[in-house]
Write a protein that binds this ligand. Structure first.
Ligand SMILES: NC(=O)c1ccc[n+]([C@@H]2O[C@H](COP(=O)([O-])OP(=O)(O)OC[C@H]3O[C@@H](n4cnc5c(N)ncnc54)[C@H](O)[C@@H]3O)[C@@H](O)[C@H]2O)c1
Length: 263
């Protein structure tokens, strides 16, 4: 499905990363995939993951630094010429504020989360724009906490709302070239980033009791949706947020056994 297509994934930290689920599907389907990593520690972990794919290029990138994004775009251009897909799977917020009251979030924490988790999509798109092929596809990872309150998700929910809106504006900017920009809203998955959210294990438990599919979202499920949105099969879809969450977002009251009704 992806033969002849080349692109880059931002945000594979380890084997549990959601982006690794997408990477595996892309590689299995013949895509030429490059990766960005943040810092030496994550470089080692990424190297181990892609040991069977020595052709994959790796570029260091702290996406909060626009010069580094620019450098990655330059290196990608030198190595690959042009680009057919981008995966944005980057987020950060100070975990001290992923609990308790949202109103306590200080300005610097708010702005840093917005910068790394949302603005980087705009910046990456801008720096890659000149090498994006017509009909290229961009996918960003988001979460339900953007449109509904999820206890403790706090500032990340606000940043995800900004990310989703940014994807819609980018879709409108680039649609005249057939370039598409979509979000995947994944259900909770136990990853490095997720562990920063207070009470995350309970979120997983509630999810599998309430979601119509009565199970937790897997990397493989998100990988499949990623492959679809990055491939030509989804040519008519842009500015969309596709939920890969076992139907959780569709339920108001479900899985009655998830609630302690005697308390
Ligand atoms: N795990 C979940 O439950 C869940 C659910 C829905 C959406 N998401 C989203 O999926 C995406 C990937 O997260 P994950 O859960 O796979 O966790 P992860 O920890 O595996 O991935 C997060 C990535 O963000 C990168 N990152 C953080 N700050 C960065 C910076 N300044 N520059 C460059 N990279 C930076 C990290 O290096 C890491 O690779 C995030 O956008 C996250 O919000 C996660």
């Amino acid at each position: 499905m992806m033969k002849g297509k080349k692109g880059i994934i931002f945000g594979v930290a380890n084997q549990r990363s959601i982006a690794w689920g997408i990477a595996q599907k892309l590689l299995e389907n013949g895509a030429e995939v490059a990766f960005s990593y943040m810092g030496e520690r994550l470089k080692g972990s990424l190297e181990k993951l892609i040991i069977d794919y020595p052709q994959c290029k790796m570029y260091e990138c702290d996406a909060s630094d626009e010069n580094q994004i620019e450098n990655v775009a330059e290196q990608f251009k030198n190595d690959h010429g042009s680009c057919d897909f981008i995966v944005h799977s980057i987020a950060f917020a100070d975990k001290d504020y992923l609990l308790g009251n949202f109103y306590k979030t200080p300005k610097d924490v708010f702005l840093q989360s917005m910068d790394i988790s949302a603005y980087t999509l705009v910046s990456i798109t801008r720096h890659f724009e000149s090498i994006l092929n017509d009909n290229a596809s961009i996918v960003a990872l988001t979460y339900l906490g953007s449109t509904k309150v999820v206890q403790n998700y706090n500032v990340m929910g606000v940043a995800k709302a900004c990310l989703e809106a940014s994807a819609r504006y980018l879709a409108n900017d680039l649609g005249h070239r057939g370039i598409r920009v979509n979000n995947i809203s994944a259900g909770p998955v136990n990853t490095l980033a997720a562990r920063g959210i207070s009470d995350f294990t309970n979120l997983l438990k509630i999810h599998r009791r309430v979601a119509p599919l009565r199970s937790n979202t897997t990397q493989e499920e998100v990988g499949g949706a990623g492959l679809f949105l990055l491939s030509d099969l989804s040519k008519g879809i842009t500015g969309e947020t596709m939920y890969v969450d076992g139907g959780y977002n569709k339920v108001a009251v479900g899985g009655i056994d998830a609630y302690n009704l005697d308390s």
